[in-house]
Design a protein around this ligand. Sequence first.
Ligand code: NAD
Length: 255
Amino acid sequence: MKNAVITGGSSGIGLGIAKYFAQHGYNLLINGLEKNGQEIASSIAETYGVTCIFSPANLLIPEEIYQMIALAEEQLGSIQVLINNAGIQFVSPIEEFPDAKWEAILGVNLSSVFYASKAAWKGMKAQGFGRIINITSAHGLRASEFKSAYVAAKHGVTGLTKVLALEGAPFGITCNAICPGYVRTPLVEGQIADQAKAHNMSEEEIIEKVMLKKQAIKSFIAIEDLAALALFLASENSSTMTGVSLPMEGGWTSQ
Ligand code: NAD
């Protein structure tokens, strides 16, 4: 059985991972707030000949996360892989950082990882196999100014990844994180504009001087490369790799 749940699977990195997993025979539940999520899921199912269902669960609401996992177990039969990918960003100096944005970023980027993993745990434990893959960020390992909530949440997931690795070890459940550098997705398009405002620079300058400044390799990370790493972490071959945060960030954290 190869069934995976991917939060935020209807946009950006999550969508790229969903297509890659479908191409490799995984049945999927993808989740996200995209209005056309159902159409995206149907198109994946048709293109790759797998089952792909959509859940519009709002990850800020624990009950909806529990329902999403229950739906996957009911419709797919079981969950082997959970990819906690959904995430949001907001960039602002701390003194102006809106409280509501702090709460939302902590909710989506950190707490939803806890709730979804907790909900999928019982089934994974019973089947003696589970792969939890958290898409964190280079910001799960390093900080940047103006990103207090995002950096705090991503570092939180780095810690949670280690705890789930320890707790899952006796049951064949591994938990690892992938830490991308910059990937050109809708989330980053929004950041380019926000950063330009915060730093008082043009968007071109932001890409060159701020965003890719810390990456030794001056290019955006390819979604397919992240998906290939996720597929390895989902496989049997990664059974003794757990609790690690794997950077794919153009050498950023070598500094
Ligand atoms: P994206 O904006 O393209 O996609 C985010 C997804 O999360 C969307 O499907 C959105 O609907 C979903 N989502 C957001 N809030 C939600 C909520 N309350 N309930 C349910 N779904 C919700 O972003 P992306 O760039 O593909 O980012 C995916 C992940 O990768 C995030 O965790 C992000 O922090 C991380 N990441 C991205 C980059 C990058 O450069 N793009 C770099 C490092 C890490």
